[in-house]
Each structure stands twice: as C-alpha cells, then as structure tokens.
Design a binder for this molecule. Structure first.
Ligand code: 5GP
Length: 194
C-alpha cells in the first residue's frame, strides 16, 4: 500500500534493536482515517473469504482490527490478552508467545466463550517479525476448532523469518507494507516492491 509506505518514510523512526516506531499513527496516537483506509484495503484483499470474526492481540492490534471489522460488516473483534498469571483455567484457551519488543514470554489467553468451531477468523496484527505472535493466535484458533481464513499485517519486516514460516504453512498472508531492510544509523527504510 503506497500511502502506508509514504507514511512510514515520513513518520517512522528506526530504533536500535531492529524496532520501527510508528507511534504517530499506529502504536500510540491513532490516525483513525488512515486506519480506516487500511481496514478497507484488508477487506479488498480478503474479500473472497467468508469471515465472521477478527482476532488480534492486545494492545496495538486492537485499533486496526476494529477499523477492519467495520469493512467486514461490523463482525466482532476478539483480542487475546497477555495474562498476568499462568493459572490454568478451564474457561480459557492458552498459548505462549515470546514478545519481540519486550523480550519476555507471555501467557496469552482467550475466553472459550469468544472462539469456537464455527468461527472463520481473520487474524490482524500491527507488525510481523519472527512470527511468534501470529503463530500463537493461530494456535488459539486451532484449539477452538475454528478456521483461520487469513492473516492481515500492517507492517511485515520481510527480512525476519515470520512471513516465510506463515506462507510456507499455507496461510493466506497479506502485509500492507513489507520492509526489506532498515538502518538505525541513517534511518533508511527499503520496501519490497510487489
Ligand atoms: P513477532 O511475534 O512476529 O516476532 O513480532 C510481532 C509483535 O512484536 C507485534 O505484535 C508487535 O507488537 C511487535 N513488534 C515486532 N517488531 C516490531 C517493530 O519493529 N516495531 C513495533 N512497534 N512493534 C514490533
């Protein structure tokens, strides 16, 4: 999505540790009309799928998931929670997710009430790096017996392994921008031409 690449170039900040900050429109302040455009684009990319629910992970996936849901006829959005305890409960699906930005492992949970075998899920997240967050969300859908119809990512860091793993596993993955390289010294970002 050209407009997204332009926005990242203008507003994104490349941090040490291979982290891109896009706090001005996605991760801290939210540019609602821009997220609405991205939601519209996800609808176009996944229009052949029958989707009845969107799944994301707190916190930064929620905004884009909600805007995307508007374009799929107001389907519900479920966000997986990073639980503070690892208590096993019968009412929750659990999975373990290594956090890329916080370098810790989270026990991630969704209530069994909100995911089930009839669900046809579009998974949405802000970033794709090594794929831990998305693989965790796929695991939650599988535990519920639901179907992953597709995976929509705002920014994929294409030089990390996540995208390859998920495509090789056969999932329909669409990223609105794919970064091929970024340099924290000069702030240069190169996008994959698709
Ligand atoms: P993964 O699990 O694919 O390794 O990393 C994806 C998750 O880590 C996303 O949910 C996102 O919150 C966070 N993340 C990974 N890389 C970046 C980055 O460069 N910038 C920001 N803001 N978040 C990132």
């Amino acid at each position: 999505m050209k407009a997204l690449e332009e926005k990242i170039k203008k507003e994104g900040i490349v941090k040490k540790g291979n982290v891109l900050k896009v706090d001005s429109f996605l991760n801290h302040q939210i540019d609602v009309s821009f997220l609405d455009k991205m939601g519209d684009e996800f609808q176009r990319l996944f229009q052949e799928h029958k989707i009845n629910k969107i799944l994301t992970i707190e916190a930064s996936g929620i905004g884009i998931a909600v805007m995307t849901a508007r374009h799929f006829g107001d389907v519900p959005v479920v966000f997986a929670k990073k639980s503070k305890t690892s208590n096993i409960s019968d009412d929750l699906y659990h999975t373990r997710v290594d956090s890329y930005t916080h370098q810790k492992t989270n026990d991630v949970v969704v209530s069994k009430q909100y995911l089930n075998k009839n669900d046809h899920i579009l998974i949405i997240d802000d970033f794709l790096a090594n794929g831990c967050a998305i693989l965790g969300l796929i695991d939650l859908v599988k535990q519920a017996g639901g179907t992953v119809e597709g995976i929509g990512i705002v920014i994929e860091k294409g030089y990390q392994a996540g995208g390859r793993k998920i495509r090789e596993a056969g999932y329909h993955l669409e990223s609105l921008a794919i970064i091929d390289s970024m340099d924290d010294e000069c702030g240069q970002i190169t996008f994959r031409q698709v």
